[in-house]
Design a protein around this ligand. Structure first.
Ligand code: GDP
Length: 526
């Protein structure tokens, strides 16, 4: 193996998917603690300690104490170099969250074991399905009274349509939570309370049959042995191939707050999760081991440093390596650019990197020439696919306080939509400007940026739009007929693509029934 190949092989690039409050932030802290990236856990969401979170860059984030935007954290674990791409967790849910999932090779799904599968998790799982991303599951908050673990697994299988293979199994729950049993190592790992902020000394018992277990658990030990027999019979066995195909998920139990189980999960992630994967372009598949550099932009973040008003384009390296000062082709505009000062993200700090490999994320300074979905290469005209727009779910009409600045507003909003901050729709029938978003915070960010960067003060007004679908058809005649009949519901998006704007979901399904030859698409490629 060349040096490049061994660098790539040790990368693991993943993101956490979960419903708000399931424990993503807490797990991120513990993951960084294990990665030696934080001295003491508890500084990711720094609002309580008065210290700002390492991933808090924007003023808005600081004001709200939440992450507006995703960030990237890199740390070593076992023999691997792990990249964790943070996705916003709260109401700041946005298209960035979806697109970040296109830049990872695996996902950690965190479930609150007291609540089970929740709505946001279902949505995010749908997105991971677009690429059959391998999923590892962590059932969190076992230090509380949770639902029955077998029932939890059944729910994941039924609702998310993925087979569950428990790797560890919890011994009790809530006040009686004693630890977990690893079904493959035949090892009991005991839990101690009050050690949430440090790496615990590992207390283990070898073998389920060990008399030590009886000492530790008393009369419950035999019940637990019976339970394990039942679990082995009733659950799937771990299967690497099925895991890599996104058909089966290894399941771990623990408590992030108590810092128990996160390391077991990391052991599984580093052992089984895939190294950087190949990515499709319009012409060919690009393999990570290829020597020449290539990558795609999946996210643009503005105002990370309001002083300099710089925008950072996040690029996932697909093949080859980045070297400081290298030249690269910006394929869409056909120009060669020099990367002089790309950023990397050791545990949230921005640092200039000398080198980065396939699987890593680098941040490029962007003065407006980079858009979401852009491909960079070392000369070859490639265009990566699979970095989609998702149909927005929230809509508002945007209007100016000062109507004389309509041109600036249009320019600003179109540019922001090209960047992926928001989506814009212009109805064919009138001069409205409709802004569409996946998460409500996108609206605030856009209003703020219009003010700062385009000097226009915009106001939002409610509008009765339920959803939007990109429309096309192979049948020109049918399409023309549709365009005529559905004129009042049609709009152009920021890239002049024809879109059907549905006032209600019922209206959408009626339209779909009425025009069976028209495709109503809920995602669109950049
Ligand atoms: P996020 O919204 O998914 O980022 O969730 P957070 O990490 O912010 O956690 C939400 C709440 O659950 C916080 O109050 C955490 O302290 C709490 N929490 C997280 N993990 C655990 C756990 O293992 N046990 C208990 N009891 N609470 C937890």
């Amino acid at each position: 193996m060349s040096k490049h190949q061994s660098e790539v092989a040790k990368r693991r690039t993943f993101a956490i998917i979960s419903h708000p409050d399931a424990g993503k932030t807490t797990i991120t802290e513990k993951v960084l603690l294990f990665g030696n990236a934080l001295q003491q856990a508890g500084t990711v969401k720094g609002k309580k300690s008065g210290q700002h979170a390492k991933s808090d860059w924007m003023q808005m984030e600081k004001d709200r104490g939440i992450s507006v935007t995703t960030s990237v954290m890199q740390f070593p674990y076992n023999e691997c170099l792990v990249n964790l791409l943070d996705t916003p967790g709260h109401e700041d849910f946005s298209e960035d969250t979806y697109r970040t999932l296109t830049a990872v090779d695996s996902c950690l799904m965190v479930i609150d074991a007291a609540k089970g599968v929740e709505e946001r998790t279902i949505k995010l799982m749908e997105v991971t399905r677009l690429r059959d991303t391998p999923i590892i599951t962590f059932m969190n908050k076992l230090d509380r009274d949770t639902r029955d673990p077998i029932e939890l697994m059944d729910e994941v299988e039924d609702v998310l349509k993925i087979a569950c293979a428990p790797i560890t199994w919890p011994i009790g729950m809530g006040k009686e939570f004693k630890g977990v049993y690893n079904l493959y190592d035949d090892e009991v790992i005991l839990y101690s309370t009050g050690q949430g902020h440090t790496i615990q000394e590992r207390r283990t018992i070898q073998g389920l049959d060990s008399p030590e277990l009886d000492k530790e658990l008393g009369a419950y030990a035999d019940d637990f042995r019976d339970e394990i027999e039942l679990v082995r019979g009733a659950s799937h066995e771990f299967d690497l191939e099925m895991f890599l195909a996104g058909e089966l998920t290894p399941v771990y139990f623990g408590t992030a707050l108590g810092n128990f189980g996160v390391d077991h999960m990391l052991d599984g992630l580093t052992a089984w999760a895939p190294a950087p994967q190949a990515r499709e372009t319009h012409d060919r598949k690009v393999e990570p081991m290829e020597e020449k550099f290539s990558g795609f932009v999946f996210k643009i973040q503005a105002n990370m440093d309001p002083q300099h008003r710089d925008r950072i384009a996040f690029l996932r390296i697909v093949s080859g390596k980045y070297q400081k000062g290298m030249k690269s082709k910006h394929v869409r505009i056909g120009k060669e650019v020099r990367f002089s000062d790309a950023l990397t993200f050791m545990a949230g700090d921005r640092e200039a990197v000398e080198e980065a490999s396939a699987g890593d994320i680098i941040g490029l300074h962007n003065h407006g020439s980079i858009q979401i979905g852009d491909t960079f290469t070392q000369g070859e005209d490639l265009k990566f696919t699979g970095i989609p727009h998702f149909a927005p779910e929230l809509f508002k009409r945007i209007r100016l306080k000062d109507p004389l600045k309509q041109k600036q507003l249009l320019k600003g909003i179109i540019q922001l939509s090209e960047e992926g901050a928001v989506q814009v729709f212009r109805p064919l029938k009138n001069n409205d400007l409709i802004v569409g978003a996946v998460g409500p915070l996108q609206f605030d960010v856009v209003a703020q940026r219009l003010k700062d960067e385009y000097k226009v003060e915009a106001i939002y007004e409610p509008i009765s739009v339920a959803t939007a679908r990109w429309v096309d058809s192979d049948d020109k005649q049918k399409m023309a007929e549709f365009e005529k009949k559905a004129y009042d519901n049609l709009a152009l998006d920021g890239g002049d693509n024809l879109t059907y704007i549905a006032p209600t979901m019922v209206n959408l399904s009626l339209a779909q029934e009425r025009y069976p030859d028209v495709n109503f698409r809920s995602t669109r490629e950049h």
